[in-house]
Design a protein around this ligand. Structure first.
Ligand SMILES: N[C@@H](CCC(=O)N[C@@H](CS)C(=O)NCC(=O)O)C(=O)O
Length: 131
């Protein structure tokens, strides 16, 4: 009885992992089918280009990058350590923000780590990554 119960639980866990994997594969396939130009432009990466401005020893940068990695989103990281020229450029580009990270998904300026996490909590990040 105990063995049967444990087998049943394992089967449920396995089925749920299988469903998750199927969902992420179908998401990628759908995006490639719906946006063939984007897929070609990005070297078959169906997501928009993502830029993350960071600096060394920045825990917010680390958290933001981890979330993007969990989403399977490739991004370009621009490390501003010691780059006062780029910092100033970023400040202007971001409308006066002077903290890192600053994140762009495609043409959309998401903002910092809090903003990225806010999008995720609101269920809007996947949509932005797919556009
Ligand atoms: N609320 C911001 C906080 C970001 C933040 O405070 N970043 C620190 C580094 S961890 C920063 O840029 N401090 C100013 C500086 O390094 O010049 C976010 O979520 O991105």
């Amino acid at each position: 009885m105990l063995i049967n119960l444990s087998c049943g639980v394992n089967a449920i866990i396995f089925a749920s992992k299988l469903a998750q994997a199927a969902e992420s594969i179908s998401f990628a396939t759908r995006t490639i089918l719906e946006q063939p130009n984007r897929a070609l432009e990005n070297g078959f990466n169906p997501m928009p280009k993502i830029k993350v401005y960071t600096a060394g020893h920045c825990c917010y940068c680390h958290m933001a990058k981890e979330l993007l990695k969990r989403k399977g989103a490739a991004f370009e990281e621009i490390d501003l350590t010691g780059r006062h020229d780029l910092r100033e450029e970023l400040r202007i580009k971001s409308g006066g923000r002077n903290t890192v990270p600053q994140i762009w998904i495609g043409d959309t300026h998401v903002g910092g780590c809090d903003d990225l996490m806010g999008l995720e909590r609101a269920g809007k990040l996947d949509l932005l990554l797919a556009n």
